[in-house]
Design a protein around this ligand. Structure first.
Ligand code: PGA
Ligand code: MG
Length: 222
């Protein structure tokens, strides 16, 4: 029987790409460059600032402009964290179903706390989620299992009775290393993670409804 469900945030619970993409585009325009279509930037979203600066400016962290561009990018993002960011279609119903089954659920993201906490609040999830573990909550971020193990302690659940749901290969690596059952979602950002079926997830879903149906078969009957 399942005890809890933990979710990645960007690309799994929430479509954060529009506000992240807009932040890159404002930075491009501040520097006199043309903005890029969101579809070009979207696949890089799961790699955070590093991926988005690569997509926007084709630079990596060794580039001399990286430090000041990443600082400015993060300032711009903090100003528009939840302007166009929304929960993915089917997520509100999935969370309602988890709560109806009295299953605890939480968030384990690589986003830093100073972004995660206000975003989770603005999405209306703060009163509902049992835990929020960010990229800087534990000494290591995903693909380390530490943040997921930390969340399991906070929820008082056994990892082997917990699902970890994510949209990036590192989510599945982290979930498996923590001893959880893993679910890969195909509607997220995928990035450069390669084909989804090669990640080794226990389940692959195309829509949150499929996860709601799977979970219904793994909870104690009322
Ligand atoms: O902001 C990031 O680095 C990615 O966040 P995620 O772990 O919720 O996908
Ligand atoms: Mg993600």
């Amino acid at each position: 029987m399942l005890e809890a469900v933990l979710f990645d945030l960007d690309g799994t619970l929430a479509d954060t790409a529009p506000d992240l993409g807009e932040s890159v585009n404002v930075l491009l325009q501040e520097e006199g460059y043309a903005p890029k279509p969101l579809d070009t930037l979207r696949p890089y979203t799961s790699q955070g600032v590093r991926g988005l600066l690569k997509a926007g400016f084709d630079i990596d962290s060794t580039h001399p402009t990286y430090a000041h561009r990443s600082q400015r990018f993060l300032e711009l993002y903090l100003e528009r964290l939840c302007q166009a960011t929304r929960l993915f279609d089917g997520i509100p119903e999935l969370l309602d179903a988890l709560e109806a089954h009295q299953l605890g659920w939480g968030i384990v993201t690589n986003k830093r706390m100073r972004f995660t906490d206000p975003l989770v609040a603005q999405l209306g999830l703060a009163p509902r989620t049992t835990c929020v573990v960010s990229g800087d909550t534990t000494p290591e971020a995903k693909p380390s299992p530490l943040p997921i193990l930390h969340a399991c302690r906070l929820l008082d659940c056994q990892p082997e009775r917990t699902l970890y749901v994510g949209d990036d290969r590192r989510d599945i690596i982290a979930g498996k290393a923590a001893g959880c059952l893993t679910v890969a979602v195909s509607y997220g950002y995928l990035g450069d993670s390669g084909p989804l079926h090669t990640w080794g997830a226990d389940l692959i879903i195309d829509h949150p409804d499929e996860l709601a149906r799977y979970i219904a078969t793994r909870v104690a009957p009322k």
